[in-house]
Design a protein around this ligand. Structure first.
Ligand code: ATP
Ligand code: MG
Length: 508
């Protein structure tokens, strides 16, 4: 064979017929996957399809049960637990992996500390850390403790860490789930630059528009099996979605159901202030889906935490069905029928060391007590119902929640909130890390709740989501509510105008 100009390039890293089982449970079935030099390769699939497991195998964090890996065409056994970084193979985990008690600089240099005359060269390491952070457009303090950082900043540190290691292959498992659009743009610019210089990236994401925007090839997994690998340019978002779910998807959003204007006001918030949020006022009607939009950091979550009693208020009043809700009392808010779903499922939402059922009934345990004893059959019923309703897919019923795939954790959190049968539900980022098929289910579920007469607040950074779901959309900017859009006014353009401060609301 003669090598022409377009000779196939040897993959930097390849997986051949990789299978993986956890105990009795098989989650990958003879999967082939390869990473070419200087490409961005998307890996997509439904929640639980096996994406995170595959990238962990390709980076030495898990062993395959069978099959082999090739590095530069040669069979290789990767060293475990991150040691493959020495070979230039870096994984940025879906659920972060940073030690909380280190500083930013220390975590960048963990395991490869620089010394000068036998002592740690802190000055050099700090300066290098600063340089990489600046390159990423990040203002994080290089001396800050990881534990003090916001989620998006932790993600930036992970990315800085990968970049500072001169990696050959960087696996990014849903890196943009917690990033703002601006941060995402900066990240993508960096990825493109590094790619053009020869670094390869594997990009795992449920954001199919970002897959289209950034990647050169796409591989689709379904139920642990390889389905297709193709150049991104030959596909579009819809085609990818169909390959992922294996069927045609009907419309993503349900038809909107405008609540009657004279419907009862179930919740009113007046003049509420926290440290950052100032003077927020709004009403929520029975059967309404009210959206809260705005840039990341605009104060939406802080406002909702204060409403739900999870954060102190400095001023203002919240009424539920006309009755004043005492501030800072989350349990009382729950008793009055108000539920809050955090966007921080790992930190605040779920007990990762426990099983699914214990998590599901955590806030509603009294419903399963009979004659003073916990009734396991009643709990099991609730679990079976929740699995059906939210399409929670696990291959092992007894799996600890920390080992469930990210999307299935999100569904479980939603199910847990619904177990308390709330009338008012505040959902912060309902579909973070959720695949398109399940997104559609969650959207239809929210619409059905509203039709039943419940009221929902959806806080979301995904503009199509608030536009597709909500009959009114509040926009926040720098701690203030700056706009309230209704009906035809609800559009990306209008939301952006308010969110970016190009417009002030005429009326109060
Ligand atoms: N350590 C483990 N022990 C047992 N089961 C596991 C473990 N890690 C993963 N699994 C199971 O393997 C399957 C695939 O999970 P994986 O995390 O790879 O999915 P994913 O494609 O990344 O999904 P998501 O989009 O939700 O992140 C799931 O059923 C999960 O529960
Ligand atoms: Mg995953």
């Amino acid at each position: 064979m003669t090598l022409g100009g377009d000779a196939p390039r040897t993959a930097v890293l390849a997986a051949e017929r990789i299978s993986k089982s956890f105990g009795e449970v098989q989650v990958l079935f003879s999967v082939d996957f390869d990473v070419l030099p200087g490409e961005v390769h998307a890996l997509v699939g439904e929640n639980g399809a096996g994406k995170s497991t595959l990238v962990k195998i390709l980076s030495g964090f898990e062993n395959p049960t069978s099959g082999r890996l090739l590095l530069d065409g040669q069979p290789v056994t990767l060293p475990a637990n991150g040691a493959a970084e020495a070979l230039g193979i870096v994984l940025i985990h879906q659920e972060f992996n940073l030690a909380e008690n280190l500083t930013v600089t220390e975590s960048l240099y963990l395991g490869r500390e620089v010394t000068r005359f036998g002592v740690l060269d802190r000055r050099f390491m700090r300066a290098e850390t600063r340089r990489v952070l600046d390159q990423l457009g990040s203002h994080i303090d290089e001396d800050a403790l990881i534990s003090s950082l916001a989620v998006a900043d932790k993600q930036m540190v992970e990315i800085a860490k990968a970049i500072s290691r001169d990696a050959r292959v960087v696996f990014m498992d849903e890196p943009t789930a917690v990033l703002s659009r601006e941060e995402t743009d900066i990240l993508f610019d960096q990825v493109r630059k590094l790619r053009d210089a020869g670094t390869s990236f594997v990009f795992v994401s449920h954001k199919l528009d970002e897959v289209m925007e950034l990647t050169d090839r796409v591989t689709v997994l379904r139920d642990g099996q390889w389905i297709k690998t193709a150049p991104t340019s030959l596909l579009d978002g819809e085609a990818i979605a169909q390959l992922m779910v294996g069927r045609e998807l009907s419309s993503l959003y349900p038809t909107k159901h405008e609540p009657n204007v004279d419907e009862e006001v179930v919740m009113s918030v007046a003049g509420l202030s926290t440290g950052y949020v100032r003077d927020a006022s709004f009403e929520l009607r029975k059967g309404e889906v009210l959206g809260f939009s705005g840039l990341i950091g605009s104060g939406r979550s802080e406002l909702m935490e204060a409403v739900a009693g999870l954060r102190p208020r400095l001023a203002g009043e919240v009424r539920v069905k006309g009755q004043v809700l005492p501030p800072g009392d989350f349990r009382e808010a729950n008793r009055r029928g108000l539920a809050y779903m955090t966007k921080d499922r790992k930190g605040k939402g779920l007990l990762l060391g426990e099983g699914m059922t214990a998590n599901l009934t955590l806030q509603s345990i009294e419903r399963h007590v009979r004659h003073g004893y916990l009734d396991p059959a009643s709990e099991a019923n609730a679990m079976a119902r929740a699995k059906r309703r939210f399409d929670i897919r696990v291959r092992d019923e007894k799996v600890r929640v920390g080992r469930m795939s990210g999307g299935n954790q999100q569904k479980l959190l939603l199910a847990k909130i619904m177990e308390t049968e709330p009338e008012i539900i505040i959902i912060d980022e309902p579909t973070r890390g959720i695949d398109v098929g399940t997104k559609q289910q969650i959207y239809h579920f929210i619409a059905a709740l509203a039709r039943e007469g419940r009221s929902i607040i959806v806080v979301s950074s995904e503009m199509p989501e608030v536009i597709g779901l909500c009959t009114r959309v509040a926009v926040m900017r720098e701690g203030r509510m700056v706009g309230m859009l209704e009906g035809e006014e609800i559009s990306e353009q209008m939301i952006m105008r308010y969110a970016a401060g190009l417009r002030r609301q005429a009326s109060a």
